[in-house]
Design a protein around this ligand. Sequence first.
Ligand SMILES: O=C[C@H](O)COP(=O)(O)O
Length: 250
Amino acid sequence: MGPVPKPLIAGNWKMNGMRGSLAQIKEIATSKMLASGKFDALICVPATLLHSAALMTADTPLKIGAQDCHDRENGAYTGDISAGMIADSLGSHVIIGHSERRTRYREDDALVRSKTIAAYKSGLIAVVCIGETEEERSSGRTLDVLRYQLAGSLPDGATGENTVIAYEPVWAIGTGRTASIADIAEAHRFIRSELCKRFNSEGDCMRILYGGSVKPSNADEILHVENVDGALVGGASLTANDFLSICSAY
Ligand SMILES: O=C[C@H](O)COP(=O)(O)O
C-alpha cells in the first residue's frame, strides 16, 4: 500500500454564479483553514468566471478549475472551450465526465477518455467522474459499472499528479440523499483496487473523491471513510460558509 494522498475538497458551481459570486471565492481563498495545508481546495467555476477567479486567487492556496473541456485543441466547435483555453485562463483543473454531461450530452467513456488526454496535454489535472444510476445500483450492477467506467474513461498515463477520480452515485446528486457509509466504503475500496491493478503504485496516489449531497452535516463522517480522499461538492460549495464548514472536517 502506497502513501495516503493529501485530501482535496473540490467545489463544482455548475451553471451557478455571476461576477458578484467572486466574493465567495475570495472568502474561501483567504480563509486561515486553507493556509493550514492539511488539504487542498479547488473551486470549478463557470467558464465566464474562470480567468477572474484564477487571477483573484493566484497568490492563495485555492485552485480554480473548469467544468468541462472539448477533446480537440481548437476548431469549429461553437460554444465549446478547449483544455488549452482553460490553461490559458490560468485554470489548473477540469472536471470531465460529470454525470450531468454523460446523461444530458450523451458523453460516453471514450469521449471522457479523449477529453482527459486533452487535459493532460495542456497540463491540467483531470477530475474524472464516475458513478452508477439508481437502476444500476438496485439491480446489483454498481461495481461492474464502476469497473467499466474506470477502464474506459482513464487513459494510460494517468497518475496521482494528473488525475483525480470523483465517485458520484448519480441518484445522490442534488437530491439530499447520500450513499450509506458502508456503500461509500465499498465503492471507494473497489475503485482503489481497480486503480492499483492498472496503474500499480500510482493507483494509491490518485485521490478518490466522494460526491453527492455532501454538506456540513455529513462531511465529517464521509470524509473519514477509508479511501475517501476528499469530496466533490455541488450545492454546498456555492457559499463560503458551507464550503469552509465541510473543509473543517480536516
Ligand atoms: O459535482 C458535484 C456533484 O454533482 C454533487 O452535487 P451536490 O453536492 O449538489 O449533490
